[in-house]
Design a protein. Structure first.
Length: 254
């Protein structure tokens, strides 16, 4: 006579085996997906960190090179020997074309151009090369307004609605909307302070007031981001405050 306990055990083991056969691939896929996602994130963070280190090293090397160039060029550009001044201007032009001319010598070269006619042509060439260096160093994102919202899909959707409202107003080109992990408490308009930019910021705030933004704090980006010798770009960042998130139609809430 079969043992009932053994028979039930066999059935349980058979059922468990079938369940395991179904669940095991799912578990393996889930674990594999989790590992892949984590690896992709770690790889991305590693690449970003390396890029930041490379950029810092490049800036440091360039600063050191400019300092060395200034040390070598000052005696040439301030010499009473015409050939030495010509040599200094030629070197300065070459270094500016390489992006490594010291900016602090610009006034010296401008004085040579105005006070020493024999060197005016070479000085002008050096100044034009310097302007090219500064233009390359000053490259920024396109001018316009960038909308920064809280890190949620709803706020991103509402930010795009606000973007369309502002685009329709034609006050300023809206370059995009993105989510940020950390928002200021109160809404901020961040830009590079200058007479022209401040006037444009006021026009932006007047338009935003029509869409429910009652308080907007100004913040100057220049101390942190404006490179030496660069003109303030026409870039504006609207950081929507955490206390006043966007409403369903994309308008402000205070």
């Amino acid at each position: 006579m079969p043992d009932p306990a053994a028979s039930n055990l066999d059935k349980w083991l058979d059922r468990a085996s079938k369940i395991a056969g179904v669940l095991l691939p799912v578990i393996v896929a889930a674990v594999g997906g989790f590992y892949t996602a984590n690896k992709d994130t770690n790889d991305r963070l590693t690449r970003e960190a390396q890029a930041q280190r490379d950029e810092y090293q490049q800036r440091w090397d360039n600063t050191q090179k400019q300092y060395a160039n200034m040390t070598a060029l000052v005696p040439l550009l301030t010499s009473h020997d015409r050939s030495a001044i010509d040599t200094g201007l030629d070197i300065y032009t070459s270094e500016a074309n390489a992006g490594q001319a010291p900016l602090d010598l610009r006034l010296t070269i401008e004085r040579i151009k105005s006070d020493q006619p024999n060197h005016a042509s070479a000085a002008q060439e050096a100044l034009e090369a310097l302007r090219g260096q500064m233009a390359r160093a000053c490259q920024q994102d396109p001018d316009g307004l960038y909308v920064e919202v809280q890190n949620s899909s709803d706020q991103l959707k509402r930010g795009k609605q606000l973007s369309q409202l502002l685009t329709d107003s034609q006050v300023i080109p809206v370059q995009g909307v993105q989510r940020v992990d950390s928002s200021p408490k109160h809404t901020q308009l961040r830009y590079y302070f200058s007479e022209t930019n401040t006037a444009q910021a006021q026009r932006i705030k007047v338009e935003l007031a029509k869409h429910g933004f009652l308080r907007i704090d100004d913040q100057d980006l220049s101390p942190r981001y404006l490179k030496k010798g660069c003109l303030p770009p026409g870039i504006y960042e609207l950081w929507v405050g955490s206390d006043t998130p966007l409403s369903a139609d994309g308008s402000g809430t205070g």
